[in-house]
Write a protein that binds this ligand. Structure first.
Ligand code: DX5
Ligand code: ZN
Length: 214
């Protein structure tokens, strides 16, 4: 079953709690929380205080995507703010194994994201420790970008890496440029969690928008 995780990056920030509640009502499975620090990516969004402020708006999992440098320095703040699962970027972690285990030791599922130009092979030493792999399908930093087609090759490589190791329970997530046109190819290539910003929060009928991605 394909899970849909609307990204609040594309939501109306002046009504973030209501927007999150709207996504839950529309059938979202997770809420994707795009944290950006203006250094790892050129954009700056929000951090623990905002996440904590909207935590009570839904009971859905907060799927926190840390697009920040040295995430290990602030992981505790995201746990305290109400993150349900945390994904860090391989490119942002000097000690990725240590960071993943820090997250798991606190009882949260841990994911690793790889940017479009990062090969899937970087996951190999850590793949057995992961609950989720995030294949970025745009260069991170902004919503509304176009899907990068080569991502489908990487998705298949991730799927093969997992299948060869019997790691069928690891989520394969994509993020960026997901919409009703790109979704079928993405699902066929092996993704089972689809992050969508504009394709959901940019639409007035969110239930129809989510259904169109499944
Ligand atoms: C990009 C973010 C994505 C983005 C997706 O850096 O990680 O989650 O919000 O937005 P769309 O679905 O509009 O491409
Ligand atoms: Zn994201």
């Amino acid at each position: 079953m394909t899970l849909i995780a609307p990204s609040i990056l594309s939501a109306d920030f002046s009504r973030l709690g209501e927007e999150i509640a709207s996504a839950e009502k529309a059938g979202a499975d997770w809420i994707h929380v795009d944290v950006m620090d203006g250094h790892f990516v050129p954009n700056l969004t929000f951090g623990p205080p905002v996440i904590a402020a909207v935590r009570a708006a839904t009971t859905l999992p907060f799927d926190v995507h840390l697009m920040i440098q040295q995430p290990e320095l602030s992981l505790a703040d995201y746990v305290a703010a109400g993150a349900s699962r945390i994904t860090v970027h391989a490119e942002a972690c000097t000690h990725l194994h240590r960071t993943i285990h820090w997250i798991k030791e606190r009882g949260l599922p841990a994911g690793v994201a790889i940017n479009p130009a990062t090969p899937v092979s970087v996951l190999e030493p850590i793949i057995h420790d992961l609950d989720l792999v995030l294949v970025m399908t745009v260069n991170p930093g902004f919503g509304g970008q176009s899907f990068i087609p080569y991502s489908l090759v990487k998705l298949r490589q991730v799927k093969t890496m997992l299948e060869e190791r019997g790691l069928d329970g690891v989520y394969v997530q994509v993020d960026g440029g997901v919409n009703p046109v790109t979704a079928p190819g993405i699902r066929e290539a092996g993704a089972n969690v689809l992050v969508a910003g504009n394709a959901v929060f940019g639409q007035s009928d969110r239930a129809a928008a989510i259904a169109a991605l499944r």
